[in-house]
Design a protein. Structure first.
Length: 169
């Protein structure tokens, strides 16, 4: 999922940057995010995981620096900030996400706009993609439920905002 998001948001980069500059900025930003995760994490076990991933990203950044110097012929200090900004803080967002789900779960694109009542179109597309079978993501859920005898989705904040997706349906 992370790579999908990173790839999506890379489409927002400055087209005036060289490929090596984009690589350098990409790796720098990943280091910044993992640093933020590590600095703001309160659980020591989870913090250790963020630290491990930060160390991996630091090696990626080191390699990007070498490539940038070799192929762009510039010093990375010309491009990168001299120090990381303050860590991004991550706050609870369950209420916000529940509101989005309740009001936007049915949104789909139609041309360049968004519409809500195009379920049949979406369902036909899903049937074509999956050949009439359930998608693998739903099969995993069903398999887990059959194996454990329990619902994996927890409704800790109350019933699901969409009635058809509630665990007691």
């Amino acid at each position: 999922i992370e790579e999908e998001h990173v790839t999506h948001y890379e489409s927002l980069v400055d087209p005036g940057e060289t490929w090596w500059e984009m690589l350098l900025n990409h790796e720098y930003n990943e280091c910044y995010l993992y640093h933020s995760f590590m600095e703001t994490e309160s659980d020591p076990k989870v913090k250790a995981i963020w630290e491990l991933h930060l160390n991996m990203e630091l090696e990626h950044l080191r390699l990007a620096v070498e490539l940038f110097k070799r192929h762009d012929g510039r010093d990375p200090q010309e491009v990168l900030a001299p120090a990381l900004p303050a860590p991004v803080t991550f706050e609870p967002n369950k209420d916000y996400l529940r509101e989005l789900i309740a009001t936007q779960i049915d949104f789909t694109t139609l041309g360049t706009g968004y519409v809500q009542d195009m379920h049949e179109r979406f369902e036909r597309m899903q049937e074509n993609i999956h050949g009439g079978e359930k998608p693998p993501s739903e099969q995993v859920i069903d398999d887990n439920r059959a194996k454990s005898g329990e619902e994996y989705r927890l409704e800790t904040e109350g019933p699901h905002p969409v009635p058809s997706l509630r665990t007691d349906r």
